[in-house]
Design a protein around this ligand. Structure first.
Ligand code: B12
Ligand code: SF4
Length: 491
């Protein structure tokens, strides 16, 4: 079959573009199965998907199927994309994190008019099974994780157990990405490089922790690691075969097992792969680190590490966020990473249920004390399927007109709690204060920012950032509290 795997353009605010790696995995498996696949990532394309459909038709070899991936904020764009493709006669399939949480929504009116199949969970094997069946002219029956409509009825099959042996999967089809259209992975001292050859790699899937804000519908609670050897072979392909200039490790928790993490670093050095800088995109877990690990990471080419710090209040950390780490462990990890010569980045969340002026102040104080090269202050976003979402549904209310409002970069208040304590207006105030106190009021950080070439060569973007983080917009404050046009998104 001829298949387009597509990702809609993330219209949520972020200047950075990363490869949709899940599609890379699906493409690799389909390709191995003998199918003809391209990846269309609307975030980096100059043309619409019609262009490729027209081209293929003109060649007399049209696409048969489109498979679109979607996170929660992007589901609306995914629906638009499959609707267009349905009109062009393609079989339409949806998958990804949002579909794993809410598979049936996309098979209800009006979406059932243009969505044929929806997959839950990791779909490498199950999607291939569907494609093979359809190519053979057969009707799909029980395929793990599949949902579809027949005779007005929705048929759903239970999800397959998560893929136990990740080494058995082929490497993602990295070669199908238009890699020079993706940006580098994180800010810090190198600004934004619009033509970086930045690849991402998954060394493991899943995480046994259960932080209450975290949504990991696809990869789950069971940590499954690839062998160090398999990871090193993929790394080698990225560096030597595809000319990677930066690599991002995007595991949920790549350092769960310290000896394995250290072994990977040693092997990168042995293989001479340490000249290409790499970063931990989504943060490491502070309580699975030691000085030796950071030293080995540095030797292996790691440039910077991010840590999920979340909150500066011990009680919030332990009992509300259930992060499974202490503030002392946070302090120790930052100290050791810096001692090893790594740049650091901290992720902090404002406005979890239970956050007060005092706890948010503690969070700001902790950020100032840790003094990472970069602090990322985020507003709590209640994704369906999280403990936090359930808590809000029980004792509060979500403000959202549609799923787009759940975008993390959409910096506005998304919910309130009816406990007489929670104040969404205060949350926005403290969040903005955090940015001001961390970046604006400290000359060394202002200086660091001024050193980013991008901040001068792309002034509209710089002003947009200043407005967003330090000044705010009418929309940000309007979204607070009792805005009448905001309704509850129903799960
Ligand atoms: C790397 C990453 C990013 C990167 C790259 C994103 C990208 N372009 O792929 C960056 C930093 C850019 C990013 C951005 C965002 N991310 Co992100 N990200 C991740 C992370 C850590 C890993 C993703 C990954 O590679 N997974 C591994 C692969 C194998 O899994 P997968 O992509 O889900 O694909 C599998 C299945 O879902 C399925 N599948 C996927 N697509 C399709 C399509 C079809 C047709 C089929 C049949 C099956 C199928 O099969 C795939 C193979 O098994 C996950 C956490 C996680 N563990 O999933 C969060 C995660 C997906 N991100 C999340 C969010 C919220 C976002 C943002 C919306 C944040 C924001 N700005 O608001 C943006 C949206 C960007 C976007 N394009 O959607 C949430 C999603 C929650 C939700 N309910 O949707 C997650 C789960 C993190 C979390 N714990 O909250 N993200
Ligand atoms: S936030 Fe990180 S540590 Fe917590 S559950 Fe999610 S992936 Fe695991």
């Amino acid at each position: 079959m001829r298949i387009i795997l597509a990702s809609p353009e993330a219209k949520v605010w972020s200047a950075r573009k990363h490869i949709p790696l899940g599609l890379g995995y699906l493409a690799a498996v389909l390709r191995e199965g003998g199918h003809d696949v391209i990846i269309f990532d609307a975030a980096v394309e100059d043309v619409g998907i019609d262009y490729y459909l027209d081209l293929a038709e003109a060649e007399g070899y049209p696409y048969n199927m489109i498979g679109v991936t979607a996170t929660t904020p992007l589901i609306g764009d995914a629906w638009e994309m499959v609707e267009l493709c349905k009109r062009r006669g393609l079989i339409t399939v949806l998958g990804g994190p949002h579909l794993t949480i809410m598979p049936l929504e996309s098979l209800q009116a009006p979406h059932d008019a243009y969505v044929d199949y929806v997959f839950k969970g990791e779909a490498e094997y199950s999607f291939l099974e569907l494609v093979n069946l359809l190519e053979a002219g057969k009707e799909p029956g029980v395929i793990p994780g599949i949902n579809f409509k027949r005779g007005g009825e929705i048929l759903s099959s239970p999800e397959s157990p998560m893929i136990p042996d990740l080494d058995a999967l082929p490497f993602p089809a990295h070669d199908l990405f238009k890699i020079d259209r993706y940006t580098n992975l994180q800010p810090l001292t190198d600004g934004l490089d619009r033509h970086a050859r930045s690849f991402t790699i998954l060394t493991s899937r899943g995480c046994p922790y259960k932080c209450t804000f975290c949504s990991k519908p696809v990869t789950g609670d069971t940590w499954r690691a690839r062998s160090v050897e398999s990871v090193v072979q993929e790394w080698k392909w990225l560096v030597n075969g595809l000319g990677a200039t930066e690599i991002g490790v995007t595991d949920d928790i790549w350092n769960l097992k310290l000896p394995r993490a250290k072994e990977l670093c040693r092997r990168l050095v042995e293989e001479g792969l340490n000249h290409v800088p790499w970063v931990t995109v989504h943060g490491m877990k502070v309580n699975h680190t030691d000085l030796e690990l950071f030293q080995l990471m540095k030797a292996a080419g790691c440039k910077r590490v991010g840590f999920g710090v979340e909150n500066g209040d011990e009680n919030m950390l332990r009992n509300v966020i259930r992060k499974g780490q202490t503030l002392d462990q946070v302090r120790e990890a930052f100290k050791q990473a810096k001692a090893a010569g790594l740049q650091t980045m901290g992720f902090f969340i404002f406005g979890m249920p239970g956050d007060t002026e005092e706890t948010m102040e503690k969070t700001i104080q902790l950020a100032l004390e840790l003094d990472p090269n970069l602090a990322n202050f985020m507003l709590a976003a209640p994704f369906p399927g999280t403990v936090m979402y359930d808590q809000i549904m029980e004792g509060g209310e979500v403000f959202a007109e549609n799923w787009t409002d759940f975008a993390i970069h959409e910096q506005k208040s998304r919910f309130t709690m009816h406990d007489g304590q929670y104040d969404p207006e205060l949350v926005i105030k403290k969040w903005r204060e955090a940015y001001r106190r961390f970046y604006l009021y400290r000359p060394e950080r202002v200086w660091e920012k001024m050193m980013f070439k991008e901040n001068w060569t792309n002034l509209p973007n710089t002003f947009a950032q200043i407005k967003r983080f330090f000044i705010g917009s009418k929309d940000q404050t309007e979204a607070i509290g009792s805005s009448p046009q905001k309704q509850k998104v129903t799960a």
